[in-house]
Ligand binder design. Structure first.
Ligand code: ADP
Length: 414
């Protein structure tokens, strides 16, 4: 019998999902969809891979509906839609795995407890990721669930890249640089190994530029360094997040503006970045279409910091063979790619502007010493792949059920 998997990427007000069939060898994506407006006016839409709408539903007065209501409807719809195929598991994007979890792992109550303890490290994402796991468990207690971590790909970075220059006791407590967007980076590293193995074996920077944005230095397929750190606030200027900031600014705001930790967190996570600088929007499309000087300045700052951090990562790797753009901005914004590459010209980076405008897979000129690629990321496929691998591993291990009281497993990375 054909097996099927669902992947879930849960945010504060939206949930992205995908359905894959799995014949034991290949994963074939059948459906992608979204629920938006959770908590206000929920809207579910699911499409097949040709873009045909398979189902659409709007909930009037849906503000009182919680995750469980959506998952019940979603999983019932998937069951109906699957026909003979059997849904064998749900794979979740979980932003933070802390120091302990660095491989995809089957969800158990004890794992969930350990992941809840990491909420302060990823307050924007982790609570929603975990709420989705709990909702699925409540609706389908027997369905196997797997957590895939955004931090995992960076786990083996050299200590010099992950250590913070603070007293050792705090480092021992886990206060260190973890890095994020790892599911996307792992997908890109694996895909590049298929389409351009020579480049994949070299030194590359991947620029994941979406609402959240980061760079990763990947050498021979492994993460060497990355711009996000202890939390997903660090590094580049993002849609609403500030990126790297002098910690002295935070002390100043606490001591002289009397800000509470909650107000400071809101400022840094939700009111800064492109939105804070432009005063207009966090959306790059909107800023690129605006002639407001503050919008122009926000775009300039975004590109400036990408180039600045890229310079640092070149140093971490000791060279650069390739630069890869991915995610919403990286895959679509011709102007941003042009501006970033112009700033990297000192590294012998040269863009073919026609190829850039056409969104070609390779946008560098034949003379460019560094190969520049545009490569769409596919976090859903990476989660699906990890989920099948984790389920295969756990099938060989003693049984673990989600039901409280039946948990015979411990949170492990096996
Ligand atoms: P998320 O981090 O939420 O997954 P995405 O990867 O979808 O975000 O990226 C969203 C960003 O991509 C937004 O700033 C959006 O404006 C930008 N974007 C999408 N398409 C384009 C485009 N054609 N030109 C410029 N920016 C774009």
């Amino acid at each position: 019998m054909t097996k099927a998997l669902i992947t879930l990427n849960a945010g504060s007000s939206s949930l992205k999902f995908a359905v894959f069939s799995h014949d034991g060898i290949a994963l074939d994506q059948k459906v992608h969809g979204k629920i938006e407006g959770i908590g206000t006016a929920p809207h579910l839409i699911a499409k097949d891979m040709s873009g045909r709408v398979l189902t659409e539903h709007r909930w009037e007065n849906g503000s009182g509906l919680g995750h469980e209501d959506f998952f019940r409807q979603l999983l019932d719809w998937i069951d109906e839609h699957l026909g003979d195929a059997e849904l064998i598991g749900a794979g979740h994007r979980v932003v933070h795995g802390g120091a302990q979890f660095y491989r995809p792992v089957r969800v158990t109550p004890s794992l969930l407890g350990a992941l809840k303890a990491l909420i302060p490290l990823a307050p924007l994402h982790q609570p929603h990721n975990l709420a989705a796991i709990e909702a699925v468990a409540a609706v389908r207690p027997q369905l196997a669930q797997v957590a895939c971590f955004d931090t995992a790909f960076h786990h083996d970075q050299p200590p010099v890249a992950s250590r913070l220059a603070i007293p050792r006791a705090l480092s021992a407590e886990g206060v260190k640089r973890y890095g994020f967007h790892g599911i996307s980076y792992e997908f890109i590293a694996r895909r590049l190994a298929e389409i351009d193995p020579a480049l994949a074996a070299g030194k590359i920077i991947v620029a994941h530029l979406g609402n959240g944005a980061s760079l990763c230095a990947i050498k021979g397929g492994r993460s060497i360094d990355t711009t996000m750190g202890f939390t997903a606030l660090d590094g580049l200027v993002m849609g609403t997040r500030c990126g790297s900031i002098d910690p002295g600014v935070l002390l100043y705001l606490l001591q002289h503006h009397g800000m509470t930790p909650a107000a400071l967190s809101h400022l840094l996570y939700d009111q800064s970045g492109l939105l804070g600088v432009s005063g207009i929007s966090s959306d790059m499309r909107e800023l690129l279409g605006s002639d407001n000087p503050h919008a122009i300045e926000a775009v300039e700052l975004f590109c400036y910091h990408i180039a600045r951090e890229a310079g640092a990562l070149v140093s971490s790797m000791g060279g650069l063979d390739g630069f890869i753009f991915t995610a919403g901005i990286g895959e679509n914004a011709v102007e941003i790619r042009r501006l970033v590459c112009e700033r990297l010209a000192w590294l012998d980076v040269a863009v073919d502007q026609d190829a850039n405008a056409r969104h070609d897979a390779i946008i560098s000129t034949a003379e460019s010493r560094v190969i520049i690629r545009v490569l769409p990321t596919d976090e859903e496929r990476m989660i699906a792949l990890h989920t099948t691998e984790a389920l295969d591993r756990s099938a060989r291990a003693p049984a673990a059920a989600f039901l409280p009281g039946l948990d015979r497993s411990r949170p492990t990375n096996g």
